[in-house]
Design a protein around this ligand. Structure first.
Ligand code: SAH
Length: 352
């Protein structure tokens, strides 16, 4: 019999599972707290549970753990990148970032990615599978235990498309914010999508309170389809409509991410078109200098992003420029990859 992944169960599911084993319901909360509050991932160390029950837990459940295969620390800004090995031998990357207000973590939601955005390293080695809720959570728990810091913000901006793993991502968010468990407010969580329109409507209905970030990167369909294949299925019109619905349904503003790329989307005309597209929408624009991906030749001139921001400002659209963290260890936006474990020694940072 295959064992149940206990870290992916919410409290109700754990109660049901324990009752079906003939145990008392209240045991579920005790076990849930061992896992999600005390972070004890060995049934034998759950000392207020009888030895008999611990044995039954071991027979019926497994605790999905991640192994730190490699850890790189930035020499510039204390960013730490973890390469985790999953229980089936696959790899994902996770980035722990230090800000003046605390620590934020960037988690992966899939092993690889199907979306094929031209400028993104995560797309290069293709897609393998979606992550389980426990595997997304463990990226945080393992980094916290390793570093000794408590994470105060989470961004779903690592490898994968979160809305292409909708049910597991929603489950992860519910576990992350459970009052009986990790108890992180979803106000401190951002989910980034390339624009899977039907799932944006679904997410709006759940009213989770998180920030939706949308990777826009181009203000016209022709250009966007060239760099983001998803645009051929869900065009800009349908994406903007879904974002407006999200704003109406949740009362929260949406962030639009825009990687400024020389000769692709960085002209004055592009800025003007972007301003026209977003005028009147309760949103924020986050500009990103395109980060280096060795298989691609995209780049941004140093002045490019600032000029673009200025032009948007003139058109009445406020934009901020995202700080690039961990660039010396390939930990910046779009630089994470599932096959990073196979290329040792290519990074500039210190390997720990
Ligand atoms: N699949 C999600 C999350 C992935 S990455 C999405 O597409 O939104 C998080 C952000 O980094 C996205 O906005 C993505 O488009 C951007 N990104 C990808 N490659 C990049 C690169 N080389 N430079 C800068 N940003 C990049």
């Amino acid at each position: 019999m295959e064992k149940t992944d206990i870290l992916s169960l919410d409290l109700n599911e754990l109660e049901t599972a324990l009752v079906s084993l003939g145990e008392k319901k209240f045991r579920a909360k005790q076990i849930f707290q061992w896992l999600h509050v005390k972070r004890v991932f060995d049934f034998d160390k759950m000392t207020d549970i009888s030895i008999q029950l611990r044995e039954r837990l071991k027979e019926n459940f497994c605790i999905n753990g991640l192994f730190i295969q490699k850890k790189l620390e930035s020499c510039i800004d204390n960013t730490v990148k973890y390469l985790y090995r999953l229980s089936d031998g696959n790899f994902v990357e996770t980035v722990l970032m230090e800000y003046s207000y605390g620590h934020s973590i960037c988690v992966s939601t899939q092993v690889g990615c199907k979306m094929g955005c031209r400028f993104c390293a995560s797309a290069i080695a293709g897609y393998v599978r979606s992550l389980e809720p426990s595997e997304i959570l463990q990226q945080i728990y393992t980094a916290e235990m390793d570093s000794g810091v408590r994470v105060s913000g989470v961004v779903l901006m690592g490898i994968g498309e979160p809305l292409d793993n909708f049910d597991n991502v929603v489950k992860f968010l519910r576990l992350l914010s459970d009052k009986n468990g990790n108890n992180l407010s979803l106000r401190h969580v951002s989910l980034s999508t390339c624009g899977i329109v039907p799932r944006i409507y679904d997410l709006a209905q759940l009213k989770l309170g998180l920030t939706l970030s949308v990777s826009l990167h181009c203000p016209d369909d022709k250009g966007r389809s060239e760099i983001m294949p998803i645009n051929r299925t869900y065009n800009i019109d349908s994406l903007i409509k879904a974002c407006k619905d999200y704003i109406d349904a949740t009362g929260r503003r949406v962030t639009f991410e825009y990687a400024v790329i020389d000769d692709v989307n960085s002209s004055d005309a592009d800025a003007d078109r972007l301003a026209d597209l977003l005028r009147g929408i309760n949103c924020h624009v986050n500009l990103i200098p395109v980060n280096k991906v060795k298989e691609r030749s995209y780049h941004t001139a140093r002045s490019g992003v600032a000029e673009f921001a200025k032009r948007l400002g003139k058109c009445g659209i406020n934009a901020t420029v995202r700080r690039t963290l961990g660039s010396d260890i390939e930990a910046a936006c779009g630089q994470l990859r599932r096959d990073a474990g196979l290329h040792d020694g290519t990074n500039g940072g210190a390997m720990l």
